[in-house]
Design a protein around this ligand. Structure first.
Ligand code: 26V
Length: 835
């Protein structure tokens, strides 16, 4: 795929800037500080919070101004093109910070340094003022952000569509070892990275009922009446490509109601109610739902999903009609909607509705178009995470859509009947409607039936979808199914976050890896070069120092940079088995108590992540981590061998400090449960070694790093399934001296002396024959693998060699590779030629 780089000195030339009415960056910064923001210009070496915030805003506007012309140009070029376009529909985009990303992509580092110099400050400090755009929970949301970055890098005609949540992922702080949630009002200081496009506002319907009427040709047609409408106002964020004259768009919808149209509706004279209704409408884009099974089925969440889908489809259709009139015969060939999980699956019936009810297509034509342009990505194998919406709720909120879903189902069940004639059980199993007292719509099935492509996010995950969750659908339509192993953008997750390593890589393999990560292979021969390994280790040490400072600032715990940095950061969930990690720490603690420290390597163990607010067990795990850390860090016997922290409020910007400093990456989920994982890839790129199970993308990480450069342990997915038939954790515990001991330390109340029984729910789960995560089954193997890790760490040369080979093998995990595969195999789109 072509990815032409223009000479950056061209794009930033003095003449160009002048023609855009822009001055050099130092002057622009001053202008925005004093004129745009009306601040004083006598800041000198100011550590003052408020001065720094002004500097951040002025710099952000100055940098954004340099994106705007290319942004507009990319938008017009895309609209003018007749090539197929892609829309990435997602309830989550975990963007993180934009300033440093834009500076890097525009190659403005030196200019920014110069501009900030006169204020006696550095970019790192100013950049830290930016609130993360935390519009996502974890992997799925961050993947969407990495994908947009790669689409811009590859100059693909892709628009992201999402919701502009007023409150993003909650802020986490720890009180007495427990997670406390605070709202994340990330927009409170304004957002220089968005532009409101009120002229593209859309109207979204809810509630009401369906009636039939006769159109002007005398045909009876259904229509949706007496609906309560809400407005969707788009806010665009720029997604800059890497030094390539492309700036794509992320369009985020905010819910609103104009006073004008609202007051007219409430013309009975009830002014306060009319104003209150405004509030009601704005609820829809108020807050991101935390990924939490207990939140499943909430009406507001379904409203968010339909709101996103309807606004985005109307937006695309309006641009289509402007250019092509009411001829939709090629709409399916020229447009493609990628559904990020089932969250936007209402796109299937909504596109049908818009085409039939608003644009007069017949069912068959509309279905042909819809199934040509919808593609669905699955992100989870956990049955409790599969979305189902109650038919009752659906019929109240989206009555017209329910009729369409029933019709899709009726036609689909005829296809099932052709394949399996007379097989009633198969009809029941595959129906889009789960029957029962309280029937539900199976959103994954709706997405599969309405899409031409269904993909998993790692090799094993796709295999398990085909042979398990979606087996019948795979039998019916084998060619719909495909794998697209996830990836991450090396521009944020290596180049930006690890400047020391960036410079070494540039020097060693050239700069090409920044937009073609396969080039990083050339690092491999240097793994045996002693001098190179020393430089490699020095860079890691500097990154460890940076993380140790942050850990101290956030927790008051002093990390010793000569210790091994052992890290597990991700959402807190039972299947990810943070508990397994804690059990190993307790094992080390117990050994230290007994003086059995031969071969032990000093470790700093860091665990971080958010628990869904309603997920009781996950929150108890957070408490256990904090309480074990408290005991370990207070014990003088541990002082030279073991430190542990719970890292509070883990988010994108913390990972940028954490992953470059990590030596051991913990990827220890129960095999068959983690669809892919993407943190695992960020660690690998930055030279961490992985201790992991054969789960998700770990399998591919091990293949690419070389088996000898990966610490494997535990049962594989098949073995887990087999074991569950007869699992007896208590027998495993009593047959193993170390495990017996560590369980008795945990159960004796060492970590909860004043609160007996506090962790019984956790220990009870571990000991249960029905423990779905079979933690005890993998514990021996995990402890042994950790002993191998320690032994290897003592051999510095070997460790550094393995570390280099991990980075060298990480080329496959660039999201550029993933996106090229989506572009070729699913989307059938090519790069838009530059102007
Ligand atoms: C479910 C729900 C249900 C309640 C409302 C909010 C909400 C939000 C998200 C989810 C599903 C999340 C699924 C997910 O994040 N999957 C992760 O996707 C990553 C990217 O493909 C993958 O690397 C991880 O393995 C997978 O767990």
């Amino acid at each position: 795929m072509s990815n032409t780089l223009t000479d950056p000195t061209d794009s930033a030339s003095h003449d160009d800037l002048e023609s855009l009415g822009l001055l050099d960056l130092p002057s622009e910064l001053k202008r925005h500080l004093t004129i745009t923001l009306g601040h004083r210009n006598d800041i000198q070496r100011s550590q003052n919070e408020s001065d720094q915030r002004y500097l951040y805003r002025a710099l952000a506007i100055a940098v954004r101004d340099r994106l705007v012309p290319t942004w507009q140009e990319t938008w017009s070029r895309m609209n003018a093109s007749d090539d197929r376009k892609v829309y990435y529909l997602s309830l989550e985009f975990l963007i993180g910070r934009s300033l440093t990303n834009a500076i890097q992509n525009l190659d403005l580092d030196d200019d920014v340094h110069e501009a900030l110099h006169r204020y006696g400050t550095e970019l790192e400090q100013i950049a830290d003022r930016e609130h993360d755009a935390g519009l996502g929970n974890g992997g799925l949301g961050r993947l969407a952000a990495c994908f947009l970055d790669s689409c811009s890098n590859l100059q693909l005609p892709v628009i992201g569509y999402g919701i502009r949540y007023e409150y993003g992922m909650f802020h986490q702080h720890i009180e007495h070892g427990r997670q406390v949630e605070d709202p994340d009002h990330w927009l409170r200081d304004g957002n220089p990275w968005e532009i409101e496009r009120a002229e593209n506002t859309r109207r979204i319907r809810f509630y009401g009922r369906v009636e039939n009427y006769y159109d002007d040709k005398g045909t009876m047609r259904p229509r949706w009446v007496e609906s309560h409408d809400v407005l969707a106002v788009p806010f665009d964020m720029p997604i800059p490509g890497y030094r390539n004259e492309t700036v794509n768009t992320l369009r985020l919808w905010k819910a609103s109601t104009t006073d004008v149209f609202n007051l007219r509706e409430f013309n009975a004279g009830s002014y306060p109610e009319a104003v209150a209704a405004k509030n009601d409408a704005e609820q829809i884009s108020m807050v991101l739902y935390p990924n939490d099974a207990s939140e499943n089925g909430k009406e507001l969440r379904l409203k968010q999903q339909y709101f996103l889908v309807s606004a985005s489809l109307q937006d695309v259709i309006e641009r289509w009609v402007e250019k092509n009139g009411e001829d939709f015969s090629e709409f399916g060939q020229k447009n493609c909607f990628q559904l990020n999980d089932t969250h936007p699956a209402c796109a299937v019936p909504e596109l049908m509705r818009l085409l039939m009810d608003e644009h007069g297509l017949e069912w068959d034509e509309a279905w042909e178009v819809t199934t040509r342009c919808m593609a669905y990505t699955n992100h989870t194998l956990l049955p409790e995470a599969l979305e189902r919406w109650s038919v009752g709720l659906f019929s109240r909120l989206l009555p017209r859509l329910l009729d369409i879903i029933y019709e899709i189902n009726a036609r689909f069940l005829k296809v099932v009947d052709q394949q399996w004639p007379g097989d009633i059980e198969m009809r029941r199993e595959m129906s889009l409607i789960e029957e029962g007292d309280n029937p539900h719509i199976r959103m994954a099935y709706l997405a599969i039936v309405g899409s031409f492509s269904v993909n998993g996010v790692a090799g094993l995950h796709t295999q398990l979808l085909e042979s398990g969750l979606f087996k019948n659908f795979h039998t019916l339509w084998p060619r719909k199914f495909n794998n697209k192993t996830n990836g991450v953008t090396q521009r944020r997750w290596l180049s930006h976050c690890n400047p020391g390593l960036r410079e070494l890589l540039n020097e060693t393999v050239g700069e090409g890896w920044q937009n073609d990560l396969t080039k990083i292979r050339d690092l491999a021969p240097h793994a045996t070069d002693a001098a190179f390994r020393d430089r490699w280790q020095d860079i890691k040490l500097a990154n460890k120092k940076r993380l140790a400072d942050l850990v101290f600032k956030n927790t008051g715990v002093q990390f010793d940079t000569s210790f091994m940095f052992d890290v597990q950061v991700k959402r807190i969930h039972e299947y990810k088995r943070q508990l397994l990690n804690v059990l190993h720490v307790i094992h080390l603690y117990d050994r230290i108590q007994r003086g059995d420290t031969a071969g032990m390597v000093p470790r700093c163990v860091l665990i971080g992540g958010k628990a869904a607010p309603g997920y009781h067990v996950a929150k108890l795990i957070v408490k256990l981590i904090n309480d074990v850390a408290g005991v370990v860090n207070a014990d003088p016997k541990c002082h030279d061998l073991l430190k542990m922290v719970f890292f509070p409020n883990y988010r994108v910007s913390s990972m940028e400090i954490i992953c470059p400093a990590t030596e051991l990456s913990e990827q220890i989920s129960t095999a068959g449960k983690e669809a892919s994982g993407t943190g695992n890839m960020k660690f690998m790129m930055n030279g961490s070694l992985t201790i992991g199970t054969l789960d998700g993308a770990n399998i591919e990480i091990r293949e690419n790093a070389g088996e000898e450069n990966f610490f494997l342990f535990g049962l594989d997915a098949e073995e887990v399934t087999e074991l569950k038939k007869d699992y007896r954790p208590n027998e495993i515990i009593s047959a193993d001296e170390d495990i017996t001991r560590l369980m008795s330390v945990l159960e004796s109340g060492t970590f909860n002396p004043t609160n007996p029984g506090l962790f019984d729910l956790l220990t009870g789960g571990l000991r249960s024959p029905h423990d779905p995560w079979v933690t005890i089954a993998d514990l021996r193997s995990y402890i042994d693998a950790q002993a191998t890790v320690a032994k290897t760490y003592l051999d510095k040369d070997r460790w550094n060699e393995m570390s280099i080979l991990n980075t060298a093998g990480s080329g496959w995990f660039s999201s550029d590779r993933t996106i090229q595969q989506y572009a070729q195999d699913i989307w059938d789109v090519r790069a838009l030629p530059s102007k």
